[in-house]
Ligand binder design. Structure first.
Ligand code: MD6
Ligand code: FE
Length: 210
């Protein structure tokens, strides 16, 4: 191994793992499958409970999908745009999520929800906790594609100091266990171009929601 080969698995905080370039062996199939999913159910701006459009565009695949509207945040088995089930979760997505989770020490992860967020330049995601799921023993697997993002991982209060972590195309971040309810977010995306994604960043977040 080259002396300056980057670490491929790094425990950033207790139960928070960065798996650099983890997507590479899955990439071709994953990008084809992602394309099919977003052709089947479009990315759209969801409304926050307070009535403002979210800055990311969002869609889901899998048995459950995360939604936000004036009634709040929750999971739904149907896409409110079409009143039909979300597109099925592609095998390549399931395999990537399970393999990433087990590499980070979370055995037998079976995601039933995959949230797809699309970021343009200046789009951000404020600090929040993921707590709309039933079972906090299951980790979250977050896949970064396209232009880089500066991810923030905080503590268990919104005001706790957050660590900044750059995430690049192909990186996977897994957090669970003691860190499952840490606040996290994404700083405004800087203008950049990725050969396959243009100015966009796409994040896939896998969860066991039900
Ligand atoms: C991201 N998204 O897009 C991170 N969490 O990189 C999230 O952390 C997230 O978009 C809960 C609900 C919706 C989200
Ligand atoms: Fe989140």
């Amino acid at each position: 191994m080259h002396l300056f080969e980057p670490l491929k698995k790094l425990e950033i905080l207790k139960d928070v793992y960065l798996l650099s370039e983890f997507v590479t062996p899955f990439e071709n199939q994953l990008l084809n499958d992602l394309h099919v999913v977003i052709q089947t159910a479009p990315l759209r701006q969801m409304m926050t409970p307070s009535g403002f459009p979210m800055s990311v565009t969002t869609v889901n695949c899998g048995q459950l999908g995360w939604i936000s509207d004036k009634k709040g945040y929750r999971y739904s088995s149907v896409d409110p745009l079409s009143n039909k089930p979300w597109p099925a979760m592609p095998e390549s997505f399931k395999q990537l999520a399970q393999h990433a989770a087990s590499t980070a020490g979370f055995a037998d992860f079976e995601a039933d929800a995959c949230l797809i967020n699309c970021y343009q330049p200046n789009t951000k995601m404020g600090l929040h906790q993921d707590k709309d799921e039933q079972d906090f023993t299951q980790p979250i697997v977050s896949v970064s594609l396209g232009v880089p993002a500066m991810f923030q991982i905080g503590g268990f209060k919104r005001s706790d100091k957050a660590l900044k972590l750059p995430l690049y195309h192909g990186d996977v971040l897994v957090w669970g266990g003691e860190s499952r309810l840490r606040f996290h977010g994404v700083l405004p995306i800087k203008a950049a171009v990725h050969p396959a994604f243009g100015e966009r960043r796409i994040n896939l977040t896998f969860r066991k929601a039900g």
